[in-house]
Design a protein around this ligand. Sequence first.
Ligand SMILES: O=P(O)(O)OC[C@H]1O[C@H](OP(=O)(O)OP(=O)(O)O)[C@H](O)[C@@H]1O
Ligand SMILES: O=c1cc[nH]c(=O)[nH]1
Ligand SMILES: [Mg+2]
Length: 218
Amino acid sequence: MSATAHPDFPNLFVLDHPLIQHKLTHMRRRETSTRTFRMLLREIALLMGYEVTRSLPLTTESIETPLEAMEAPVIGGKKLVVVPILRAGQGMADGLLELVPSARVGHIGLYRDEVTRQPVEYLVKLPETTERTFILVDPMLATGHSGAHAATVLLRHGVPAERIRFMALVAAPEGVRTFHAAHPDVPVYVAALDRQLNDQAFICPGLGDAGDRLFGTK
Ligand SMILES: O=P(O)(O)OC[C@H]1O[C@H](OP(=O)(O)OP(=O)(O)O)[C@H](O)[C@@H]1O
Ligand SMILES: O=c1cc[nH]c(=O)[nH]1
Ligand SMILES: [Mg+2]
């Protein structure tokens, strides 16, 4: 898998691996059950995590194989932080944590006000931020206001933009524009860039309400 920047959006990476695309198609189907939706979201996050973590710093440690001593590569620096935007981000965080079990976890709770479409913040709980890389996760980047708000929360807590990555499943062009207008230096990784938002600010074709489908609410 390779991550090439999208021609229209220099800091957007669409991860087009066949396994990711196939699983996403199942998630989009109207008839897919909550159980399957949840399982697929975790699996896709794990696959995407492989690319999103590519720039983690490597260092070496002295180890002994059964045959001899060697300097072997290990991930250096402080522990990574995975930050789901609640609720739906939790389903992606689970997949990333399977890949990096020692990661720290922060939470940012937001919901979209149905009238204004602006995010309402109800929870922020983050680990110590010094020198750590933060991966924000949320399946949907629709208007982009929730994602941009969450990245601003990290900046407010002292995390510089160059140590933040945003991982989503499906984005709308409007959302990518809004996110990058606010945070041009934060790379965004997605499985798909869909056509547009509808008049309810839902992504089309999209997959519906990710939180409701993940948790079986509604
Ligand atoms: O890009 P935006 O237009 O801001 O929309 C995207 C946000 O909407 C959804 O959350 P929602 O508000 O439905 O909360 P939930 O996860 O609790 O369902 C989604 O998980 C994003 O956080
Ligand atoms: O399409 C959308 C837009 C916002 N939130 C969702 O869950 N889905
Ligand atoms: Mg929702």
